[in-house]
Design a protein around this ligand. Structure first.
Ligand code: AMP
Ligand code: GLY
Length: 421
């Protein structure tokens, strides 16, 4: 098969890495890809949201299957356009992807169908939102409705902080149209977990879960990022919790979307807070997580292309999906200054010094004119390893990560450091 992967981050490197291992895959293209995907597939110079350009490319090359990584093209209806052109594509269509691209839609759906989530009220009027906030007690969470690349959620410790976020989103319009509507949400305490399921709209198959580390510094300090590391499985994931998540969240959500005339296919990502073994939804995403994919796919034993074809062709019920018991840990190396401004084009050294059992997924990297790997984004690399235990995998990663170097690079030292409570 000729397969086109859309996106250029660590998630897409991991997807490409897994697809390359399929006996079904013959030629693989990545748009736009990075220095990591360039080594195992062919990068093509298209932006992930250049839907018309990508469609033309896919037609000319007779692409057999398209895999969409990021939310941007999904929210713009890439799946609908490829389906209309009869090109098989793995992803939810535009209406189904609103589970991620509109937090107000997603909240309304959860409330209507009794899917456990944080209590919230939505507003499209700044003055009304302010008035409501004056009646609330901190901490409180302010969320912009639209896609905001991780910048649309503020967990406010004081009402002043919450007011400032409201002001940014709705008055100063720092996120543009993504802040047309906002949600004021109750603060939930507990342990976070990222859960994923493959679904063809009928059958829903849970994947192994992961934990993501959102803040830039150790111990939950500093601003939120796209994710500074992750590990799989979460230490507190039990068969009972898995069943609760499947029965009260994942399955009812897929069914609810179907009832609403928005049948959902591909990967559903539930970002959950678990307190006292009771999971509640913080958000849904319409895609694989990043950096969760980088620790989940190394555990997948089944051919990913087979799974994607089963999803596209509504045959997921026919497939047994198998996972390795070995945990996997991934630590993100970021550019100096990230998640704020940072330099790019910096040479990365040490990638060839690593032990054989380390897999490095590239995120913000590219090849310069001389073919050297240089930085090109905020999150640069995800250094991963598997082991017999979370601790063993973690030790392998941290024994190797310090061998990699670029100017200003930083990473968290506490990824997968489990402090049981
Ligand atoms: P989201 O994009 O909705 O997942 O939010 C980003 C991060 O903000 C989450 O990963 C949580 O750490 C935090 N967060 C979001 N909603 C809540 C909430 N209701 N209570 C506590 N923390 C939250
Ligand atoms: N790791 C968070 C996300 O993919 O949205």
């Amino acid at each position: 098969m000729k397969i086109l992967v859309i996106g250029g981050g660590g998630r897409e490197h991991a997807l490409t890495w897994k697809i390359v291992q399929s006996s079904k895959a013959k030629e693989i293209f990545v748009a736009p890809g990075n220095a990591g995907t360039a080594k195992i597939a062919q990068n093509i110079n298209f932006n992930a949201t250049d839907i018309d350009g990508l469609l033309k490319f896919a037609r000319t090359k007779n692409i057999d299957m398209v895999v969409v990584g990021p939310e941007g093209p999904l929210s713009q209806g890439i799946v609908d356009k490829f389906q209309a052109a009869s090109i098989p594509i793995f992803g939810p269509n535009k209406l189904a992807a609103e589970i991620e691209s509109s937090k107000v839609f997603s909240k309304n759906l959860m409330q209507k169908y009794g899917i456990p989530c944080a209590k919230s009220v939505s507003f499209s009027n700044y003055v009304e939102a302010k008035k409501y906030l004056e009646t609330q007690h901190p901490p409180v969470v302010i969320k912009a409705d639209g896609l905001a690349a991780g910048k649309g959620v503020v967990v406010a410790r004081t009402i002043d902080e919450a007011m400032a976020a409201l002001n940014d989103f709705m008055d100063k319009r720092t996120l543009g149209a993504a802040g047309n509507k906002i949600i004021v949400e109750e603060f939930l305490d507990g342990k976070e977990i990222s859960t994923f399921a493959f679904t063809d709209g009928n059958t829903i198959v849970p994947m192994v879960p992961a934990c993501d580390y959102k803040t830039v510094f150790e111990g939950g300090r500093g601003p939120n990022t796209g994710g500074m590391g992750s590990y799989s499985p979460s230490y507190f994931y039990t068969p009972a919790l898995a069943k609760t998540i499947q029965d009260t969240i994942m399955a009812p959500t897929v069914k609810a979307l179907d009832k609403e005339g928005r049948p959902y296919k591909s990967v559903l990502y539930g970002g959950l807070m678990v307190d006292n073994n009771q999971p509640k939804v913080l958000e849904f995403n319409a895609r694989f997580g990043d950096p969760e994919t980088e620790v989940i796919l190394p555990r997948l034993k089944t051919d990913l292309v087979e799974i994607m074809l089963a999803v596209i062709n509504n045959r997921l019920f026919d497939l047994k999906i198998e996972w390795s018991d070995n945990p996997c840990v991934g630590v993100v190396m970021a550019s100096g200054g990230y998640p704020g401004t940072y330099k790019t084009g910096l040479p990365i050294n040490g990638l060839n010094r690593l032990a054989n059992d380390i897999t490095v997924f590239h995120a913000g990297t590219k090849l310069d004119a001389s073919g050297k790997v240089v930085t090109s984004g905020g999150r640069v690399l995800v250094v991963t390893a598997s082991g017999k235990s979370i601790a063993e995998a973690r030790e392998k990663v941290y024994n190797n990560i310090s061998l990699i170097n670029f100017e200003g690079c930083h990473y968290r030292k506490d990824i997968a450091l489990i402090k049981e409570d």
